[in-house]
Design a protein around this ligand. Structure first.
Ligand code: FES
Ligand code: MG
Length: 592
């Protein structure tokens, strides 16, 4: 809508209740006067132009998203050209690799900070600056709760990095460098140089870790422009799509196109299918379930099994494959993956997206991908490569990321008839305990051992630590046993390729079944039946439960205390439970 046509709009903008309320000149003057003090004019605020927030996640302590400070200028240009007025504002920063004890503690804090801003300030729509792992789900969760027109802008992955002529993927190279350091092949300085080789430019992690996965799923669920997710941070196309994103959000306000029109049950199912095809991070089920809960959509971790387990892996990206974000982008990115899944009837094509068009319309003219990086469905990287959702007498649910499981392990556990793993557990009370005791011969760890780590969930850690991918003791590695099954109530880094039973819910710290395990307990893992059971009598388990005492918890900050008192399990998204009762708050809770 051109500026001169603003008055013809059939509805009143939300921001006009602040800036243009003839019935209350006193308050209107107060709202207006302070906005003028940095040079804004009454004309901008009072001529009925949509006020568009830009939620800024970039800062000097959030380097993965820092590029958004520059991109915001292109977003603003787009907003202006479309007739809107941009207002950029900071939200609580999250940096995956810097924040102690873990960045996932802060996802719900960034969520809260954005909800409060979107609800309490005069905004008609918002651009979400997506990037580093938790920043994407946090902002989509907030957009869902407030249900104001919103569009995601990814910052994009870093450029390809190389170490000694080989691709060096973010995070994934850390796991490799650790093994080399442990084996005495490199020294400390070389270790740092090797890891730093993966950090080439502005942008987020280059592997298909949580960042690139969640940005891809933001696009797959319909919340960012077609092709937005994978454009590398420094490419010109990144600035160009920032501009288009700014233009588009103004139109979305005029169309009254809101997250609830886009993030439907079908859209979440699409995201699950895409997650399998790209080999998405094991953090994705947690985040997508959280976004859905704040949207009021019935989408659970079981949907990941139902919709996603049988979808093949198509994208050859680390950690499941070879390439990085740059190659993924040049091969066609998310639209190329979605086009293939759609053509095979594996997606709902009729869902609405931020473009104002359906998914099917968005990808109708997408060219065929480069098959070297994005395989055709007829020749996938791996068949049936989604997440397997497990349950049993120790927990309600847990996930296993099948796309990273190597051939030998797959043949052993997913063969027909399946090989059931029976062994005994070695139990660690957390990462410190694991590091202190893993080499202790008294534990008797052998090839029939399942390594279990507990007290690492949302309450236990707090925030849920990325620690479940545990290495066997050195003595076993020397004998050629480089991986054992692992299980835990924590998470696993999205850049790790370990086969592990993750996100066990409920967690030990609140009395989940892992709390009852003792060293040496016999256990059976049947992946085909999706069952994990400890083979001890129910009476014995009941007696242990009766004797169980909750671990003493020491909160180090006020937020840790608030978080722990309200957080649910990973299996239900790790949400602040009271916050999930606030749905669509602008309509249901009154707006002012
Ligand atoms: Fe920020 Fe990986 S550490 S994206
Ligand atoms: Mg991580």
């Amino acid at each position: 809508m051109a500026a001169e046509d603003q008055t013809k709009r059939p509805f009143k903008l939300r921001s006009q209740r602040w800036f243009d309320d003839p019935t209350d000149p006193g308050m209107t003057s107060l709202y207006i006067e302070r906005m003028l003090n940095f040079g804004m004019t009454r004309g901008e605020l009072q001529s009925g132009r949509p006020i568009i927030g830009i939620a800024q996640t970039g800062s000097d302590i959030a380097p993965c998203n820092r590029h958004h400070i520059a991109l915001a200028e292109r977003v603003k240009a787009g907003i202006r050209d479309a007739g809107g007025v941009p207002l950029e504002f900071p939200i609580h920063p999250i940096q995956e690799t810097l924040k102690r004890p873990t960045a996932s503690l802060d996802r719900n804090l960034q969520y809260l900070s954005l909800v409060e801003i979107l609800h309490g300030y005069p905004m008609d729509g918002v651009v979400l600056t997506l990037g580093c792992d938790k920043t994407t789900p946090a902002q989509l969760m907030a957009a869902a709760t407030v249900n104001i027109p919103a569009i995601g802008l990814s910052g994009g992955p870093m450029l390809d990095g190389y170490w000694k002529g080989r691709l060096a993927g973010s995070g994934t190279i850390v796991w490799e460098a650790r093994k080399m350091l442990a084996a005495g092949e490199i020294d400390n300085d070389t270790f740092i140089e090797m890891v730093a080789a993966s950090a080439t430019s502005v942008g987020h992690c280059s592997t298909m870790g949580t960042a690139l996965s969640m940005n891809s799923l933001a696009e797959a669920v319909g919340m960012s422009l077609t092709g937005c997710a994978a454009i590398p941070g420094p490419y010109r196309q990144r600035g160009q799509i920032a501009y288009e994103t700014g233009k588009r959000i103004v139109r979305m306000v005029e169309e009254r196109l809101r997250p609830s029109d886009i993030m439907t049950k079908k859209a979440f199912e699409n995201a699950v299918a895409v997650a399998s095809a790209i080999g998405a991070s094991s953090n994705c089920p947690i985040h997508m379930v959280a976004i859905a809960r704040h949207m009021g959509v019935d989408h659970t971790v079981e949907d990941w099994q139902r919709v996603g387990a049988d979808i093949p892996l198509l994208v050859d990206c680390q950690p499941a494959g070879r390439f990085l974000g740059e190659a993924f982008y040049r091969a066609g990115g998310v639209p190329a993956v979605m086009k293939q899944l759609l053509d095979a009837g594996l997606l709902h094509g009729d869902v609405m997206t931020v473009t104002g068009r359906t998914l099917a319309e968005n990808v109708a003219n997408i060219p065929d991908p480069d098959p070297e990086v994005i395989r055709p469905l007829s020749k996938p990287m791996k068949e049936r490569a989604g997440f397997v959702v497990l349950s049993g007498n120790l927990f309600d649910n847990a996930v296993m990321k099948i796309s990273v499981i190597d051939k030998a392990f797959r043949e052993r556990f997913l063969s027909d008839p399946p090989d059931v793993f029976e062994g005994k557990v070695a139990v660690f009370e957390g990462p410190e305990d694991y590091h202190a005791r893993i080499e202790d011969p008294a534990l008797g760890i052998d090839e029939k051992t399942v390594l279990v780590i507990r007290n690492c969930g949302p309450v236990g850690y707090p925030g849920a630590a990325e620690v479940v991918n545990m290495q066997p003791p050195a003595a076993l590695i020397k004998r050629g046993i480089t991986a054992l099954p692992t299980m835990g109530d924590g998470r696993q880094s999205g850049t790790s390729g370990s086969p592990s039973i993750l996100n066990v819910s409920p967690e030990a710290a609140v009395g989940g079944g892992l709390a009852l395990l003792k060293d040496g307990d016999p256990i059976r893992i049947d992946l085909k039946a999706r069952k994990v059971d400890v083979l001890i009598p129910a009476e014995e388990l009941a007696a242990r439960r009766a004797a169980w005492k909750a671990p003493e918890i020491v909160n180090k900050t006020p937020w840790e205390e608030i978080y722990r008192s309200m957080v649910g399990s990973l299996g239900t998204g790790g949400c602040l439970e009271p916050a999930t009762l606030f749905l669509n708050i602008l309509e249901t809770r009154g707006e002012s």
